[in-house]
Design a protein around this ligand. Structure first.
Ligand code: 6GU
Length: 253
């Protein structure tokens, strides 16, 4: 089953990393059908303008509705008869993008991404996409900071989604023992050598329990590390409203 992804941007070159590594391999293997589109191809004035000044005043520029409407209509109408993509619009004003949302998006057959720049896209484009094109529109944010545009967010979202698709990651077990899959951060990991000389006369040792062969003791140590690490770095996951009911985050307390 191939997942289709369309990305519309004024900087299509920003999406070049999607040719690389696991995502590039997934595309070559036919697991992902990823198409990048240049928004300027849908701007028809002499200067191919995609932005203008905001009504009501204020800083910066706003993306014009017409190029976006044409681009989204072209993408939405390019699939099988009756098929429609789910439209994902990255922006700092969106709902938080989480591992749960990555799982939800990974279950869709077709996603389209609209990368805004400047102060954002004319609000009527969202209405048009929903009402005239029949798209489910989801505005999503990576976190509480501001990026210049949606392109880097799309790189992150596509990577988070694509790695959940069957066949993209060789070892599917590595997907279950991960941060954010059960509400706790991951335990620290170590590899050889057991004693590492990081500077002359300075050795740093792997915790002895990990060399003990006592699988029960190792599991308890790792769980304790996860709790301590989550409390130190992400206390919101332990008592925030984000913890899923019945997750081991709440169950462990
Ligand atoms: Cl998804 N887009 C933009 N432009 N800025 C962001 C973001 C997304 N998430 C956090 N900041």
């Amino acid at each position: 089953p191939t997942m289709r992804l369309d990305v519309v941007s004024i900087f299509p070159d920003y999406l070049a990393p999607l040719d690389l590594s696991l995502i590039g391999k997934a595309r070559r293997d036919g697991l992902l059908d990823l198409r990048v589109h240049d928004l300027r191809d849908f701007a028809h004035d002499r200067h191919k303008s995609v932005d203008d000044t905001p009504y009501g005043g204020g800083a910066g520029m706003v993306m014009k509705p017409q190029p976006w409407a044409e681009a989204l209509a072209a993408v939405a109408g390019s699939g099988a008869e009756g098929a429609r993509p789910r439209l994902v619009v990255p922006g700092p004003g969106g709902a938080p993008f989480t591992q749960a949302m990555a799982r939800e998006l990974a279950a869709e057959p077709w996603l389209a991404f609209a990368c805004g720049r400047y102060e954002g896209i004319d609000e009527r484009v969202y209405e048009y996409a929903a009402q005239d094109l029949g798209l489910e529109v989801s505005v999503v944010s990576l976190g509480d900071y501001v990026l210049n545009g949606g392109e880097v967010a799309v790189l992150a979202i596509v990577e988070a989604v694509a790695r959940l698709l069957p066949g993209v990651i060789g070892n599917a077990e590595s997907l279950v023992e991960e941060s954010h899959e059960d509400g706790l951060l991951e335990y620290p990991v170590f590899t050889k050598p057991a004693s590492w000389e990081s500077a002359p006369g300075v050795t740093r040792d792997v915790p002895t329990v990990l060399l003990s062969g006592d699988h029960g003791a190792i599991a308890r140590w790792r769980h304790q590390q996860r709790l301590e690490r989550t409390a130190a770095r992400r206390p919101d996951l332990l008592h925030g409203s984000q913890a899923a009911p019945g997750s081991s985050a709440s169950g462990a307390l």
